[in-house]
Design a protein around this ligand. Structure first.
Ligand code: 3H9
Length: 700
């Protein structure tokens, strides 16, 4: 008997316990344990088997870390078949999140009973794969095509009562799951009815015309061609109706193997594991501080968004603004965000009222005296922010966390103006806060470990992904963005049109290209910042002044009807603008640049490799803990295509040598492209960024 799976028999019922924390993933040891348990159930003294799990959940799936490695026996599909073929009744007792392979094990059992709080589902599509242990064949036999397709293509778990209504599970209990499962097993054995095997079930085929209609409707939906899994899921669900069960399983197996080997799945699996890995920080041992009351200073777009997120997580929030007028405007913005959430069905009217009751507003910072945490979100101005921190130091209670939402400023400088630098941390949210999942937790030199841990705990409570960053101009995300934009701006200056750059990056997988994003966000804020920093700019570094010229012409983006593109009155559709072509041409002439054409591939490569090069510098400086944290930042904060796994993952796939050689070639004309020393070292030592991820994981 393995540690991961144990069993004991009571009154003829064999109780099999899976115990493989944290989520009882079906790794090789668990599969072998279950295989042996079913073998042991052949004992004539065993009348029935109950499979349940210890800890927080029934298996949440196959072990994702095993994909891409040589397969270890027994395979999950074979295990499921063995469970189903067992001639003793096998009951699955589900709690927590019975997902993916975990749910497939349950579907292979003859009866399923669940706690009402349990959730079941097939999230495989989020990893670029499909249920590969019989799920695409068993589920539609039980519930038909429509519901099986929704479960597998949307990848969202459903609760146990819903699954019961769909015919996927047989009973729901409020408590005493194991006892109830044992009782049920005894009762069913007593009844002596034949075992109900999902693979033999035809309930879901009762309406074959409706079944085919559901398949056709699913096929008619337009989907991202970079993501092959939904199409293969539809094929498999159709095969369930058309092929004998065993052949359907073979069909599913082939589709699973294709998908697991695809670039999209490698990227999506990397994204999943990287988001979890980002929580492995040196401060993980520290106990986060309790946060019940929060303050937000500044009710602009960011402040209001942050306050709304905090309210949504159940906190009491006080919004502070400089005067009554601005306070009213800030509270109005929160109200608007609530209104939008209600309209979209994301917030009930009751919840909105409860959130509003937990919100207060003041023009006096002293009103934050009781707050456990304050997030400063005033205008990005050093003197203004330092003033706020001086005042916060005076009014906040001892032990309160003082956070800044600065995008670029030095958190150490802000910490220094207080007498409590250990309580000061950066919590960098992204706009729009309700849509962007990323929070950079910026650890300054003296930030206490429990304050960093509090930032991570808060982000989790807000349903966001936290990444630890060190102090530097722009932290991780804005440094990466600056490099991306610099690459794009050089392309413009040397001959490309904004629409060409945008099209190439959309082709790469971004929803929008960099100039569409710039026009949407507005060009004026970064112009003001560039003017502020003009004196400290390194004259040796290339400076592309195209954005300045656009701003000087009053082109601030969508809000002024013109930026890198022009916009018809009231429209957000970008149109190419000859006036921009003139501005570009004037800039090129002023710098003596003979414009040339760039193909899509070169545009993509230049933009991507600029990010990779900057990422290598960020790593060498210790600003990011590991390459995968940079990937998470770009995926969760900047719309980098998730299926590519992030820029560092994309570089690993292409090969560091290719990236470095291209950079070296471009650097002959422009020092911006000079390869980071880390890339050279990696090539010399035959290393990938993923090797560093693995090493970091071992340390933490
Ligand atoms: C599958 O089943 C394929 C089959 O159809 C066919 C096979 C042939 N494997 O998310 P958390 C780790 S594909 C390995 O922070 P939560 C995770 O990395 C699978 N590890 O917790 C983290 O590790 P660490 C289909 C896994 O409470 C820790 O558990 N299933 C797996 O916020 C805690 O995770 C899925 O896609 C795994 N499958 O959420 C479900 N799952 O502590 C994926 C988690 O070292 N899992 N870990 O950082 C989830 O959605 C969430 O983890 C869950 C818990 C909802 C279960």
């Amino acid at each position: 008997m393995s540690q991961a799976v144990s069993w004991q028999t009571q009154d003829g019922v064999m109780i099999v316990t899976i115990d493989n924390p944290p989520v009882n993933a079906l790794g090789a040891e668990v599969r072998q344990g279950l295989w042996d348990a079913i073998g042991a159930a052949e004992d004539p003294g065993v009348k029935a088997v109950v499979i349940h799990a210890a800890g927080r959940t029934f298996p949440a799936g196959a072990d994702i870390r095993e994909f891409g490695k040589p397969p270890a026996d027994p395979w999950l599909p074979d295990l499921c078949n063995r469970i189903e073929a067992c001639d003793k009744l096998v009951v699955a007792a589900l709690h927590g999140t019975a997902l993916g392979g975990g749910f497939e094990v349950a579907l292979a059992c003859h009866t399923r009973i669940a706690l009402a709080s349990a959730k079941v589902g097939f999230p495989e599509v989020n990893l670029g794969i499909l249920p590969g242990a019989g799920g695409t064949q068993r589920a539609p036999r039980l519930c038909g095509a429509q519901e099986a397709l929704t479960l597998m293509i949307e990848g969202k778990p459903i609760d146990a009562p819903t699954a019961m209504a769909m015919g996927l599970i047989d009973g729901v209990v409020e408590e005493d799951l194991l006892e109830q499962a044992i009782l049920l097993a005894g009762m069913l054995v007593e009844e002596g009815k034949p075992l109900r095997r999902s693979g033999e079930c035809r309930d879901g085929f009762r309406d074959p015309i409706g079944y085919e209609a559901a398949i056709r409707a699913a096929r008619a939906v337009k989907r991202d061609p970079n993501l092959p899994a939904p199409g293969r899921i539809i094929d498999c669900v159709e095969a369930a109706l058309l092929l004998p069960f065993e052949n359907g399983l073979g069909y599913e197996r082939a589709a699973f193997e294709d998908l697991v080997a695809s670039e999209a799945s490698a990227g999506l699996r990397h994204a999943f594991l990287s988001e979890r890995r980002a929580g492995h920080i040196p401060e993980a041992h520290a106990t986060p501080r309790e946060i019940a009351q929060a303050g937000v200073v500044g009710g602009g777009l960011m402040g209001a968004g942050i306050a709304t997120a905090l309210l949504g997580a159940g906190l009491h929030v006080t919004l502070v603004e400089a005067d009554r007028e601005r306070l009213a405007a800030g509270l109005g913005r929160i109200d608007d965000l609530h209104e939008r959430a209600v309209k979209r069905g994301r917030l009930s009217a009751d919840a909105r009222e409860a959130e509003w009751d937990r919100l207060g507003g003041t023009t006096d910072l002293a009103g934050l005296g009781a707050a456990d945490l304050v997030i400063e979100a005033v205008t990005e101005d050093e003197a203004l922010k330092a003033g706020v921190f001086r005042d916060l130091d005076r009014v906040m209670k001892p032990g309160a966390v003082l956070a800044t939402n600065t995008s670029y400023l030095d958190v150490d400088d802000l910490a220094r103006v207080t007498d409590r630098p250990a309580d000061v941390v950066g919590l960098h949210f992204f706009s729009p806060v309700q849509a962007m999942r990323l929070v950079e937790v910026v650890a300054a030199a003296k930030t206490a470990p429990e304050v960093v841990a509090t930032g991570f705990a808060l982000a989790k409570r807000l349903g966001k992904v936290a990444v630890r960053a060190g102090v530097c101009d722009g932290f991780i995300g804005n440094r990466m963005l600056t490099a991306y934009r610099m690459a794009a701006d050089i392309l413009l200056e040397e001959g490309a049109a904004p629409a060409e750059v945008d099209a190439a990056m959309r082709d790469f997988g971004f929803a929008m290209g960099p100039y569409q994003v710039a026009d949407m966000a507005g060009l004026d804020i970064s112009w003001a910042r560039r003017k502020r920093l003009a004196d400290s700019r390194d004259p040796a570094q290339r400076y592309v002044a195209i954005a300045d010229r656009l701003c000087e012409a009053g082109r601030f983006g969508q809000k002024t009807g013109a930026g890198y593109y022009r916009y018809a009155e009231g429209s957000r559709t970008p149109e190419e603008d000859p006036a921009v072509a003139d501005i570009l041409q004037a800039e090129r002439s002023a710098r003596g640049i003979e414009p040339r054409r760039f193909g899509k591939v070169e545009i993509r490569q230049r933009c991507l490799f600029a990010m990779v090069n900057e990422g290598a510098k960020i790593l060498a400086e210790g600003i990011a803990l590991r390459p995968s944290d940079i990937d998470v930042v770009m995926l969760a904060g900047y719309g980098f295509p998730r299926w590519r796994g992030g820029p560092m993952k994309a570089a690993d796939r292409l090969g560091i040598l290719q990236v470095r050689n291209a950079l070296r070639g471009w650097a002959a004309d422009e020092p911006f492209w000079t390869p980071a020393p880390m890339l050279n070292d990696m090539i010399k030592n035959g290393r990938h960024f993923d090797d560093m991820n693995a090493e970091e994981a071992q340390k933490s």
